[in-house]
Design a protein around this ligand. Structure first.
Ligand SMILES: [Ca+2]
Ligand SMILES: [Ca+2]
Ligand SMILES: [Ca+2]
Length: 150
């Protein structure tokens, strides 16, 4: 049950690119992309680098802040990856953008800065740090996403 709830919230709230994969087979690819040095562990530094690339991609006007419009475009993109926004009514989509805007604004000051985005990504990454050593191994990452490699 907890896993299901987590999966649902990860689908709705795609904080970093760590959570943008919507199909199980994307999980290893997600891990590999963030694990830049390929040692099988994601460190906060690697996450920070990945979140920065991600942030810059979504900060369309390059002002260092994600506006509501930019978050909306980002959520739309994620939905399209997940098979299209067809399942959502416009009201549901607005609600999704509303919660994403609140979610990313880590310090709650009403602006989504680069640092907010990274902090949110880190907090999301640490959900997978089951043994609390500050890095996320491939096994932990798969476990968080309930992915069983074949
Ligand atoms: Ca690594
Ligand atoms: Ca911006
Ligand atoms: Ca903020």
């Amino acid at each position: 049950m907890k896993g299901l709830l987590l999966a649902a919230s990860m689908t709705l709230l795609c904080a970093s690119s760590l959570s943008t994969a919507q199909t199980p087979r994307d999980i290893p690819a997600m891990f590999n992309r963030v694990d830049v040095d390929g040692d099988g562990r994601i460190t906060p530094e690697e996450l920070r680098r990945d979140a920065t690339i991600d942030f810059d991609k979504y900060d369309l006007d390059g002002d260092g802040v994600l506006s509501r419009q930019e978050v909306e475009a980002q959520q739309r993109l994620h939905l399209e990856k997940a098979g299209g926004p067809g399942q959502l009514t416009p009201a549901q989509f607005r609600q999704m953008v509303d919660s994403a805007v609140v979610y990313y604004d880590f310090d709650g000051d009403g602006r989504i800065t680069h640092e907010d985005y990274i902090q949110r990504g880190l907090s999301q990454l640490l959900q997978a740090d089951f043994n609390g050593d500050g890095v996320v191994t491939r096994e932990e990452f798969y476990r968080l996403h309930q992915y069983a490699p074949r």
